[in-house]
Design a protein around this ligand. Structure first.
Ligand code: UDP
Length: 458
């Protein structure tokens, strides 16, 4: 028998990238593959701080870290341009050193493969130069990836500006009949509120291009049957989702914030199918005015709700709730700063998911058949909304008023419409069943994963 395979996994340093790659790390370690998971030092500290001292994850997955070139605090990373520049400049060299160190320390445990997030294309290049097999992992949906791979042709055709990714004409981009068309503010790198962030997102999209030419594998957290048209446009793609942490161990090591699990015992006390779950992922931020409308909208519905309010959610800092709100909703509302989302969504008390439509949240909801109320913030979230509302028909969107805000009345109206729509509920159930089948023996994701594991072992 040969040496035990040793895989190094490296995500882009953001929650929505670390989460799926960590779930994947658990999944492959279940199959006897040794995993070293590499974060930036800054992210590593956050993950370790949320883990209990005696956590199973610490022994299952090797957690390693390398510098991203900036100081230890949040402050330096608030300048996204400085941060992404520093990552590109500094991390490839540190990754190479780390691999050399591991390989020189134990002949039997040499790294046999590097699995890199598509957003860190530079890591694939480091592996290639070192003669190590490289595999790409796409943390967003195949539809968005198909568009990203199309960028060189879009630039050549004069459709997209090669510097900031803006569209140079108003024509919609249609990749295939069954892929929702992309408009200028619905691109995977769109950030209508901040041009600099859009430029950064476009730079990250360009980082994905090397994965297009990989001779080997390109894994993604999706299900072939959910988006076969987009998958068919990407020859080497291998959908293996939806990835679930709950299949692998009770506590999982991918959170930047400690989970508040008191919300599960709170959910246990609520009637079946009654609770509105509200969560906007790790990055979305609302203005204080928009935050107030959201609070008052949820209150107006009068149903039980569970709301994740991160400490930086309102204008980048702690939220101020409308006067008297906390007292008025005390009986039927629960607010936490970070939830065990997979577990929450799978809870029988949950009726619907008011979501920013990040890809991971989308997969979380699809996997358990929960209808969505969509409130995208930036990047691929707009296009994910198109999948949810227009293609899969498992959710509704929210319309802004004449001042660009989503009013409390719109929130109330759409939540009520959503929870009474039997067609949407039935579609969500169908997709849940499709997702369940795909990860069960004989299903597409199951077979793709098996093929991959067998190849890793030989
Ligand atoms: N998440 C969580 N608890 C929360 C909110 C989010 O565990 O209270 C997880 C969620 O399950 C998902 C990830 O954080 O895996 C967010 O990723 P997503 O792609 O949805 O959004 P992003 O944070 O990248 O905008």
């Amino acid at each position: 028998m040969g040496r035990r395979p040793h895989v190094l996994i490296i995500p882009f340093p953001a929650q929505g990238h670390v989460t799926p790659l960590m779930k994947f790390a658990y999944q492959i370690s279940d199959h006897g593959i040794k995993v070293t998971f590499v974060n930036s030092d800054f992210i590593h500290e956050k993950l370790v701080a949320t883990l209990p001292d005696e956590d199973e994850a610490r022994s299952r997955i090797g957690l390693a870290s390398i510098p991203d070139g900036l100081g230890p605090g949040e402050e330096d990373r608030k300048d996204s341009l400085k941060w992404t520049d520093s990552i590109l400049r500094v991390m490839p060299g540190h990754l190479k050193e780390l691999i050399e160190k591991v390989n020189n320390s134990n002949d039997d445990e040499k790294i046999t493969c590097v699995i890199a997030d598509t957003a860190v294309g530079w890591a694939l290049e480091v592996a290639e130069k070192m003669g190590i097999e490289s595999v790409a992992f796409c943390p967003f949906g195949p539809g968005s990836l198909a568009l990203v791979f199309h960028i060189p042709r879009l630039i050549e055709a004069g459709h997209v500006n090669g510097i900031d990714g803006s569209l140079l004409n108003e024509e919609l981009i249609c990749l295939a009949k069954d892929i929702p068309a992309f408009s200028s503010n619905r691109l995977p790198w769109s950030c209508p509120s901040d041009v600099t962030v859009q430029e950064i997102l476009f730079g990250l999209a360009l980082q994905c291009i090397p994965a297009m030419n990989l001779p080997n594998w390109l894994l993604c957290n999706s299900v072939y049957e959910l988006d076969s048209s987009a998958c068919d446009l990407i020859p080497n793609i291998l959908p293996i989702g939806p990835l679930l942490a709950s299949n692998h161990l009770a506590h999982y090591a991918g959170n930047f914030w400690p989970e508040d699990s008191t919300c599960i015992s709170w959910l246990d006390k609520q009637p079946a199918g009654s609770v509105i779950y509200v969560a906007f992922g790790s990055l979305a931020i609302l203005s204080q005015h928009q935050f107030n409308e959201l609070a008052l909208g949820i209150e107006l519905v009068g149903r039980p709700f569970l709301w994740v309010v991160r400490s930086d959610f309102a204008d980048g800092s702690a939220a101020e709730y409308p006067d008297g709100f906390i007292e008025r909703v005390a009986e039927h509302g629960k607010i936490v700063s970070w939830a065990p989302q997979e577990e929450v969504l799978a809870h029988p008390s949950v009726a619907c998911f008011l979501s920013h439509c990040g890809w991971n949240s989308t997969m979380d909801g699809i996997g358990v058949g929960v209808p969505f109320l969509c409130w995208p913030y930036f990047a691929d979230q707009f296009h994910n909304q198109s999948y949810i509302c227009d293609k899969w028909k498992v959710g509704l969107g929210l319309n802004p008023d004449e001042n660009g805000f989503i009013s409390r009345h719109e929130i109330k109206k759409k939540i009520e419409k959503l929870v009474s729509d039997d067609g949407i509920k039935a579609n969500a159930e169908k997709l849940k069943e499709m997702a369940r089948k795909s990860v069960s023996e004989g299903g597409s994701s199951y077979e793709n994963f098996k093929t991959f594991i067998e190849a890793m072992k030989h």
